[in-house]
Design a protein around this ligand. Structure first.
Ligand SMILES: Cc1cc2nc3c(=O)[nH]c(=O)nc-3n(C[C@H](O)[C@H](O)[C@H](O)COP(=O)(O)O)c2cc1C
Length: 350
């Protein structure tokens, strides 16, 4: 179904894509912050061919599995706009303890021929104090859409003190975020991915105590399979809530940075398969990487994800992307004989 919201949104997004990528992002964020989406025709609530509800442990019962991935709204500027797009759960951040500007521009590149994006933003962040105040003032209730915060480390924090940045972030956001994500997988902060070890997770778990059960660990898709499996076991063993699979894939060409979108679909699907092989579905997993259509989303659920996050799809399909992906997903489920989205979770392994 094409509704007027979707159509207008796609025209606007096509217009924005005439601008350099980061300027387009900033313009879109500013417009959304000032309520631009409310000026579009109201989005129709589509009726799905099969029910799409999913249960995400620690996050809640969602009306469908499609949520927002981290990095779009790093500083919690306009969660209302993403709620209006129909996304069912929102991940904000990455937020670092102290404000930092991120890497020099240009640092964001669209690759329309491959439906991908390369970014080397490097955690441009307003810092946790300001962002936490913004979140507190919002008084955001999970009954709207659950909102989580993704935590990172400052670039200039020495590696041996990195744990302090994560503990500080978790403690600052614990009171107001509905869940937390520990980001040890961005390719754009030197040394960050070296923290993806069972030893680091053990130290973090000990330092944050019970809050660990509210934390998801986001991994990168470039780890060798052996290390990846050890990380999945460790996430489960240390009592974290689950894993987000995956962050962007590191590339050097045509730009250095992390690649998202279509080329990430297959590597991030492999991560889901390896994780299932380790835990047989007993560790909750949220999928992220290359979901541009409902069929892509189906393949994430089939490989054991209980929910799916999108970023690049919003850039190429516009603000109606989540609802379109839901419609396509429900048609795909029906075609394959499923009566609900929940029934399809993990079906790949049966
Ligand atoms: C411009 C950009 C910035 C991102 N920033 C972050 C970030 O700050 N923290 C994070 O965990 N992931 C970040 N990501 C990764 C996304 O959250 C997501 O995992 C990735 O883009 C794969 O999903 P997609 O293929 O649907 O875009 C960023 C992605 C993009 C494109």
């Amino acid at each position: 179904m094409t509704d007027a919201f979707d159509k207008a949104g796609r025209y606007l997004t096509a217009g924005l894509r005439l601008l350099p990528a980061e300027i387009a992002h900033d313009v879109a964020m500013l417009a959304m912050k000032h309520g631009a989406l409310r000026c579009l025709p109201k989005q129709q609530q589509p009726s799905f061919a099969v029910p799409l509800h999913v249960n995400v442990p620690g996050i809640g019962r969602l009306r469908h599995p499609i949520g927002l991935a981290a990095g779009f709204d790093k500083n919690i500027r306009c969660p209302n706009a993403f709620e209006l797009m129909g996304l069912s759960f929102l991940e904000m951040g990455t937020v670092t303890p102290r404000p930092q500007p991120g890497n020099p521009k240009p640092r964001l590149f669209r690759q329309p021929e491959t439906l991908s994006i390369i970014n080397r933003m490097g955690f441009n962040s307003d810092g946790s104090r300001l962002v936490a105040k913004r979140l507190k003032d919002l008084n955001w209730k999970p009954s709207r859409v659950p909102l989580g915060v993704n935590i990172g480390k400052n670039k200039d924090t020495p590696q041996e003190q990195a744990i302090n940045d994560f503990v500080a972030g978790v403690e600052v956001f614990n009171a107001h975020a509905h869940w937390l994500t520990v980001n040890i997988s961005s390719p754009n902060t030197p040394g960050l991915r070296n923290l993806a070890t069972p030893e680091f997770l053990r130290e973090l778990a000990q330092s944050i105590g019970n809050i660990r059960s509210k934390c998801w660990i986001k991994l990168d898709p470039d780890m060798d399979q052996g290390s990846f499996r050890k990380m999945i076991s460790s996430i489960q063993h240390e009592g974290f809530q689950g894993a987000i699979l995956s962050n962007t894939h590191r590339v050097e060409w045509p730009e250095a940075g992390g690649q998202s979108g279509y080329p990430l679909l297959s590597p991030s699907n492999s991560c889901l398969e390896w994780a299932w092989d380790v835990t047989k579905g007993s560790l909750p997993v949220i999928a992220s990487g290359g979901v541009l259509s409902g069929v892509d989303a189906f393949h994430k659920l089939a490989r054991g994800a209980c929910a799916v996050q999108i970023y690049t799809a919003l850039v190429y399909r516009g603000p109606g992307a989540a609802m379109r992906i839901c419609e396509e997903l429900s048609r795909e489920l029906k075609l394959r004989g499923f009566e609900s989205a929940e029934e399809a979770i993990g079906c790949w392994y049966l």
